[in-house]
Design a binder for this molecule. Sequence first.
Ligand SMILES: *Cc1c(COP(=O)(O)O)cnc(C)c1O
Length: 380
Amino acid sequence: MESAKETIAFVREFYDTKGFIPLHEPRFRGNERKYLMETIDSTFVSSVGAYVDKFEVMMQGLTSTKRAVAVVNGTAGIQVSLRLVGVQPGDEVLTQALTFVATANAIAYNQASPVFLDVDRDTMGLSPTAVADFLEEFGVIRDGICFNKMTGKRISACLPMHTFGFPVRIDQLSEICEKWCIPVVEDAAESLGSLYKGKPTGSFGKLGVFSFNGNKIVTSGGGGAIVSNNLDYGEKAKYLTTTAKKPHTYEYVHDELGYNYRMPNLNAALACAQLESLDKFIEAKRKLAENYQEFFKNSDVQFRTEAKEAEANYWLMCVQLNDRKERDAFLKYTNEAKVMTRPIWKLMYKLPMYENCLRDHQKNAEFLEDRIVNIPSSVK
Ligand SMILES: *Cc1c(COP(=O)(O)O)cnc(C)c1O
């Protein structure tokens, strides 16, 4: 496998090591240690503290949104965001099958059903055409609420995901969903710092959700953030994720079923230090992407780049092989050589818990599932 062999040599030279090369590892070269120590010295290690507040303000700035709420992880953030826009048990939520399982799980935690619609080939994210086609065929609006004519269920949200940090066509999706009275929540877990038409991903939907898990572009160890330009959603997100506690000087007043989905101050301290490095990380990743692009130019392996109106964070970089057979050979060859590569996710309706969900033709999702492979993407 010539292309795999050359890739291994290129990656080894770039990272300058003969050892194992992971897909993505975090870098702690800023104020991480300092902020963590301060947290311990202050005794505020748990769910309230200065770094939680600071983290929220930093996230508002980075995403150009009015309110950010720190949460325990991205999945919990999506779950709560869906509930906030009105997703109820028995509803349907439009999303893509080509995603990490957490997207679908967050829908299922609300006892709603994902409806899997196809992605665009270039963005690898939810296709506006697929959403429009589905709604033309099955959608009906009654009293300002969208229903699925075939199942009789409410279609109460749309949850697109920005795959590997490549922005979806979020403006077109928002426009279509607006017409059909469907609120959009962005699964921006992978796309912190990515821009679409110059605007941060996560800021287009009613709510957007980011993840700070250990493998993401920046990490808090574990954590997430909900962002919104709607202050009511922001306030409600904070309230629901902090056990639905009403402010009171000494009494415990909880007037709704809330969650303990808070991000501990320890994690927020790490997140703040990491966010300070975000620009540098993105710059380094975009540079690596350029190098990869140049390297793969004359290869039969295609390096995937951002679409025209998008500026990706290049969190996880990927190549497209010619077919599944070549994909598998490439995966085997590189992993055996201790250069970590991974296939894109198995499509959600191929997992037992989602095999009976509604879906469309999935032409592009199937095409990409057979061909896309992530390659080492860490900042050097
Ligand atoms: C990482 C990720 C999540 C979940 O984030 P956690 O913080 O790990 O819960 C959700 N969706 C996508 C697409 C992700 O990649």
